[in-house]
Design a protein around this ligand. Structure first.
Ligand code: ARG
Length: 570
């Protein structure tokens, strides 16, 4: 139990004896505040809401409650105006917090809210034969962290890479390849070459519009299962995926499913039939649509006039498939903000179809990656491969290591963990809806609010444990060993970790954890700078190393939830 919970429990017990109703422990806990300055106490309980039930003025209530609330971990309780202010016995709290963390290890902060229920998370989802964009990077990083956080709370995440591997563009690509393609070139640099073919198709189609018809024909063939079309499509997909896998491997992200849009090709007739049955389809300019007028939204396009299905149709089929296969507790879609309307429409159509579970579908939007104030996109024909961003980050870190710690073992592995960590953290320390300014300096410095800074702090703490020959053991320590405001700041933060994960899960917001690990790292570094951790007296040293060990556990787990490794030396 956190000290907040313990205090709430005490207050609730007193309220019970007074016969006050409607104030259970959870409610009391949510009412607890932190006084504006530590001289006023560590926790404050406001009494305004009790005035009615007790028919007394809040200051009087505070006075009476203060007399009755006592016992560890409280040192002193007093009324201050309408508040009950409590002072914690810091030595007791310190011991409780550190002991809890050291016995629970990386399960500290775990909960079983999810009870093993499945949560499909649609993440990454790049498009075949197109470059992996910054948007896909954000989706990968945010989605992976959300999956880790859900898992920490007892859900079973199902990471789904809903590849963009279907649509008329594949008909065009087949035509382009048959006309101008070169197998060896595609094999050597698949994304670059396929993109070039796609661009050439559009250029040539301006002169020769019949190409467009050929493209449509070939897509039709593909939909109908034509061997040659299928073969080429499969090859484009395999080659592209090979390329994407390099990025995923570097980033240490894996998926439970690569069922992309194509997977739903044979599942769409059913969707159309269901919509028809429920009387939801109407015709609009030759196309089949579901009207969403009552929600002030444009209609959702289901089938084009030529009979071809669309992105939305495939997402409807995917939603049904996910519900039927996973009986999900929630379904999450981590996709850029520009697709907000698409997902609103999707959920509304499912609601109109009568599916209660559509209420448990969440679009988790995010902002753009900007460079010099402009959207960082893949310029026409000139591909800024994300792989290059990652390898550049790794190379930069490698240089720093060569300079500062040339004898480090497994230098390459560490450089990879820190370089990739820098890229991930640069994203996750920001609230996802904010646009991010891509900056090498900001991303890679070991001193700012960065991944390398947090990782470095973790490694530093590990090295202290090595130097102090820390061997764990009994968490009982000398009076006063952790009596410093620096130690106390670290302890209160450690105590908050579980609440931070709660909020990150409830709000699908990994940045809560990103900001938290920065705070903890900063606070630990102050402790390190001001308190002699490896003290002469063995008892003091032992107690302080226990605290360091607890910091190591929490930093490492916080980083893990975000998708970063925590090397022990760097
Ligand atoms: N491939 C799409 C794109 O790059 C994203 C897919 C998102 N997921 C989904 N179920 N629609 O824009």
């Amino acid at each position: 139990m956190s000290y907040k919970q313990q205090v709430a429990e005490k207050i609730t017990a007193v309220l019970d004896t007074l016969g006050v109703e409607g104030f259970n422990q959870e409610k009391v806990e949510s009412m607890l505040e932190t006084p504006p300055n530590p001289a006023m106490g560590d926790i404050a309980f406001p009494c305004f809401q009790l005035a009615k039930a007790l028919r007394k003025a809040p200051p009087q209530i505070a006075q009476e409650l203060a007399e009755q609330i006592q016992g560890a971990p409280l040192r002193e309780v007093k009324a201050m105006g309408p508040y009950v202010n409590a002072f914690l016995d810091q030595a007791i709290v310190a011991q409780q917090v550190v002991e809890t963390i050291l016995t629970q290890g990386n399960t500290y902060g775990s909960r079983n809210v999810g009870e093993g229920r499945k949560v499909p998370i649609d993440l990454s989802s790049p498009n075949i034969a197109k470059p992996f964009s910054m948007g896909h990077l954000r989706s990968t990083v945010i989605g992976n962290a959300i999956a880790n956080i859900m898992e920490k709370h007892g859900y079973q995440p199902v990471r789904i890479n809903h590849l963009g591997d279907w649509g008329t563009q594949f008909g065009k690509l087949i035509v382009a390849y048959k006309l101008w393609g070169d197998e060896a070139k595609v094999k050597a640099e698949p994304i670059k070459e396929l993109l070039a073919l796609y661009i050439r198709f559009h250029e040539e189609a301006e002169k020769d519009p019949s190409l467009e018809d050929q493209g449509r024909e070939w897509f039709k063939k593909l939909e109908d299962g034509d061997e040659e079309a299928k073969h080429l499509w499969q090859w484009f997909r395999d080659e592209s995926l090979k390329e994407f896998m390099k990025i995923y491997e570097l980033m240490n992200v894996s998926f439970d499913s690569f069922n992309g849009e194509a997977f739903y090709n044979d599942k769409m007739d059913r969707v159309v039939a269901l919509l028809e049955e429920k009387g939801l389809l109407t015709e609009s300019e030759g196309a089949q649509v579901v009207s969403l007028e009552e929600y002030d939204m444009p209609p959702c396009l289901i089938k084009k006039s030529d009979g071809a299905t669309l992105y939305a149709t495939r997402d409807l089929a995917a939603a049904l498939y996910r519900y039927e296969n996973y009986e999900f507790a929630k379904a999450i879609y981590v996709v850029g903000n520009e697709q907000r309307l698409h997902f609103q429409q999707l959920y509304k159509v499912l609601e109109k179809m009568g599916y209660e579970w559509s209420k448990e579908m969440y679009h988790i939007p995010f902002g753009m990656m900007l460079k010099d104030g402009k959207k960082m996109s893949t310029r026409k024909g000139k591909v800024v491969l994300l792989e290059e961003v990652l390898s550049q980050a790794i190379a930069d870190v490698q240089k720093v290591i060569e300079e500062k710690n040339p004898t480090l073992e497994n230098k390459e592995e560490v450089a990879r963990q820190v370089g990739v960590g820098a890229v991930i953290f640069h994203d996750l320390k920001n609230y996802r809806l904010n646009d991010i300014n891509f900056s090498w300096e900001e991303m890679l410095t070991f001193e700012g609010e960065t991944g390398p800074y947090v990782q470095y702090t973790h490694a530093r703490a590990c090295s202290l444990l090595r130097k102090g020959e820390y061997a764990g053991g009994n968490v009982a320590w000398a009076e006063g060993a952790l009596d410093s405001k620096e130690a106390w700041a670290v302890i209160t933060l450690l105590n908050h970790f579980p609440e931070v994960i709660d909020r990150a899960r409830e709000e699908f917001d990994p940045s809560q954890i990103g900001k938290y690990v920065i705070d903890l790292a900063q606070s630990f570094n102050k402790f390190y700078a001001n308190v002699r951790i490896l003290a002469e007296e063995p008892e003091l040293k032992q107690a302080r190393l226990h605290l360091v060990a607890a910091v190591v556990v929490v930093l490492k787990e916080g980083l893990r939830l975000l998708g970063l490794k925590a090397p022990e030396e760097m």
